[in-house]
Design a protein around this ligand. Structure first.
Ligand code: OGA
Ligand code: MN
Length: 297
């Protein structure tokens, strides 16, 4: 059987979220296979692969087909002892160093609840993420879906006046804003420097497809030249528009799924699950080639 890609919901979302079959991506890919997956990403924005028994090493090898990998510097504990060995793997779990479920008031747990707000990975880095690859190692018995919103359609469906208003706006993104929304303010002086705001265009053009999209995230907390409350209200309205159910694919995880998304064209968020259960996901992240400020408008 050879690689094929089909829309997950051909009726209501024929161009967003595809499922890939006929390939074992834990093994080295041919150039043609890597190209076909990248083309599928350009088309669907999100790709799902079932039954891929990754360890960190094979996940890193697969991820490298798509560009240079980011270090997990957005992790609260990046400079401290971490559960996972590689600095290139983000620990998207609710586990501590001893593989025990984090306490309810754990700083790392409370910080990670920020993933439940709509966002685009590493929009708080000057050069944000291109692709994220999330591998489900252990999943809870219920809940814990990941939702994805199509930011190309979100842009296309704005009226002309709103498109024009958004066109040249520059936002400031920081993890301090997204965590602040949830009332998390437990940052060290070192965190504050590390999470200093970066600038990103609000409307970006995809480097391969040429399509425009809205580049929103919970990390966006200001618009250059705008009073802050006005900016936050405007960004909130745009986010509400962009995350209407008809633009959203909700992924129900199976163990060993690998879901890959294009952060330049989508937003995503995690959903709640029973707190006493283990959810262990490992994320690798391919960096974009340049900042949105340096991208063609
Ligand atoms: C991520 C993320 C969502 C989830 O890994 O970047 O936001 O459902 N994950 O764990
Ligand atoms: Mn994320």
């Amino acid at each position: 059987m050879s690689l094929s890609i089909a829309p997950i919901d051909p009726v209501s979302r024929p161009f967003f979220a595809g499922v890939v079959s006929g390939i074992d991506i834990t093994k080295p890919l041919t150039t043609e296979q890597a190209r076909a997956i990248e083309a599928g990403m350009d088309q669907y924005g999100v790709l799902v692969f079932h039954d891929q028994h990754f360890d960190d090493e094979s996940q890193l090898a697969f991820s490298r087909n798509f560009g240079d990998l980011e270090e997990a510097t957005g992790d609260l504990n990046f400079h401290k002892a971490r559960r996972l060995g590689s600095a290139l793997v983000n620990d998207i779990s609710n586990l501590d160093m001893n593989n025990q479920v984090l306490a309810r008031d754990s700083r790392r747990r409370l910080f990670s609840l920020g993933n439940r707000l709509w966002h685009s990975d590493s929009s708080f880095k000057e050069v944000p993420a291109k692709f994220s690859l999330l591998s489900a190692r252990v999943i809870p018995s219920a809940g814990g879906n990941t939702e994805f919103a199509d930011m190309r359609v979100a842009y296309d469906s704005l009226d002309d006046e709103l498109k024009a208003e958004c066109e040249n706006l520059i936002c400031e993104h920081s993890q301090r804003y997204s965590r602040g929304v949830l009332g998390f303010a437990d940052f060290t002086e070192e965190d504050k420097i590390r999470f200093k705001p970066v600038l990103q265009r609000l409307v970006r053009r995809h480097p391969s497809t040429g399509r425009k999209s809205l580049f929103l995230a919970s990390h966006a907390g200001a618009i250059q030249g705008w009073p802050v409350p006005e900016a936050r209200q405007f960004l909130r309205d745009l986010t509400e528009h962009a995350t209407q159910r008809k633009f959203v694919y909700s992924h129900v995880w199976k163990q060993y799924d690998l879901v890959m998304w294009d952060n330049r064209a989508t937003m995503h968020r995690a959903r709640p699950f029973p707190d006493s259960e283990v959810r262990d996901m490992h994320r690798t992240t391919v960096a974009s080639e340049r900042s949105t400020m340096a991208e063609a408008a």
